[in-house]
Ligand binder design. Structure first.
Ligand SMILES: [Mn+2]
Length: 452
């Protein structure tokens, strides 16, 4: 690995270790430590991590002892949180170029000045934690300029519920908000308040001062709209719960412990002290409802119910959401469903179930309304369920669902996709039969690796 990719790896490791040092390590010997640079070898085997410590030599020595003893923890943290082929061995090295106190003071002063002005000075902030970052709260509390709530391809309940829900709350606080993305709101979600404001673009209509993306792990999924809407001083707020989020924002807030981005946005509104209106509550509730499979999946936690309870108290109606999502099938939908379900195949050993949908077998609206992969997933003994759908451009879209036996996002990564441990997706080249063979071989290999 070299060039731009290696620079990116160094940046990722630097951000992750900075975060671990600031938030995870509780060693009292640790002083005010700054990670200044990471230098990884092209084979990814070793990484020199240069750090600077504020204070006298004794402070340096104590901090280095603390870092040395945390090396194993930091390594396993990187292994779990960064999707790298090899996790490099970490070596902490002092960065003496920064030890001059005046230099550090001026850096600190710069940091202070940049607070609340993310994007203006090319500064980026990445926070991986459940609590909303103070920088994000400060930024949203001060409306200025134009704001865009930007969706990605095939927006689902979590994307639209949070973009519309947060956008409407921002408008009440004085923001001028535009909503849009490369794809329209699917019919099944047209009940979401603000859905009528959603615009569909091939190219961005202009640049925006603040751009908010939710539930979007990969900026490539905006079909170029983010690049078009992003000016040199735009603030790009990337709010997501996918562990493999690519951190393309000027501010990245990632909480992989959240069942849905809907939970994160609720906590953000509370941190802002903004009232949660009925329209916003309905959007956030729908986001959580859809991402948890109606509160049935393993991502459902006490926090999920606490927030869903608060949203219900704020005016979200669970029965209305269920009715709009699941009780509005067109009359012929059951016929389509019946013919597709007859295509479910289970592997000989019973561990894998697959459903293939040939091109033209189901409408776009049908696919957006039906969570088809839940049917193969529902079979007893099945550990991984796969839905493969042939697209009109010849490619094959795959959805993977697991039950905790193997992280299916690892399988999706092999094909350039991603997602969560138990729910992921990727795109393969067609035709359908060969895409299926390729993907099922990878699933089998993952399951066998798990067993040994
Ligand atoms: Mn989501």
């Amino acid at each position: 690995m070299q060039g731009k990719r290696l620079i990116r790896v160094n940046q990722l490791i630097k951000e992750e270790i900075s975060m671990v040092v600031q938030r995870q390590l509780k060693d009292p010997r640790l002083g005010f430590v700054t990670v200044t640079e990471v230098d990884t070898t092209p084979d990814l085997k070793h990484a020199k991590v240069f750090v600077s410590v504020l204070g006298p030599d004794a402070q340096w020595a104590a901090s280095f002892k603390a870092l040395e003893s945390a090396r194993g923890f930091v390594w396993s943290w990187l292994r779990r949180h960064l999707d790298l082929r090899v996790t490099p061995e970490i070596m902490f090295r002092p960065d003496r170029s920064m030890e001059h106190a005046a230099h550090i003071q001026s850096l600190l002063a710069d940091l202070k000045k940049a607070e609340g002005a993310i994007g203006d000075r090319g500064m980026t902030v990445t926070v991986v934690a459940p609590a909303p970052p103070a920088e994000l709260v400060d930024l949203l509390a001060r409306p200025r300029g134009s704001a865009l709530m930007l969706g990605h391809v095939h927006p689902d309940g979590d994307v639209l519920g949070t973009l519309l829900g947060l956008g409407l709350a921002m408008e009440k606080a004085g923001w001028a908000v535009t909503y849009g993305g490369p794809d329209p709101v699917p019919d099944v979600l047209d009940f979401l308040p603000g859905a009528d404001r959603w615009q569909v673009w091939r190219t961005a209509p202009g640049t925006f001062d603040t751009i908010v993306l939710t539930d979007c792990p990969n900026d490539g999924r905006t079909e170029g709209l983010l690049a078009g809407a992003r000016g040199p001083s735009s603030r790009v707020l990337n709010i997501d719960h996918h562990p493999d989020n690519r951190r393309y924002g000027t501010l990245n807030w990632i909480d992989p412990s959240a069942a849905a981005v809907g939970e994160m946005i609720y906590d953000l509104l509370v941190a802002l002290g903004w009232p949660v209106g009925r329209e916003t509550a309905l959007g956030l509730y729908t986001a959580i409802h859809t991402d948890t499979g109606s509160f049935r999946y393993s991502n459902t936690t006490p926090r999920t119910f606490r927030i869903a309870g608060a949203l219900t108290a704020a005016g979200a109606e669970p029965a209305l959401v269920t009715d709009r999502l699941y009780q509005r099938r067109p009359p012929d939908a059951l016929l389509t469903l019946g013919s597709l379900l007859s295509r479910v195949e289970v592997s000989e050993d019973g561990r894998i179930a697959a459903l293939t949908v040939p091109e033209g077998a189901a409408s776009e609206a049908f696919m957006a309304a039906e969570d088809l992969v839940t049917y193969p997933r529902s079979i007893a003994g099945v550990k991984v369920a796969v839905l493969l759908r042939a697209e009109s451009d010849g490619r094959v879209k795959a959805s993977l669902r697991g039950k905790g036996d193997v992280p299916v996002n690892r399988i999706a990564h092999q094909f350039g996709g991603g997602g969560h441990e138990n729910a992921a997706g990727c795109t393969l080249s067609g035709p359908l039969a060969s895409a299926k063979a390729t993907l099922l071989a990878a699933v089998r290999q993952a399951l066998d690796g798990q067993a040994s």
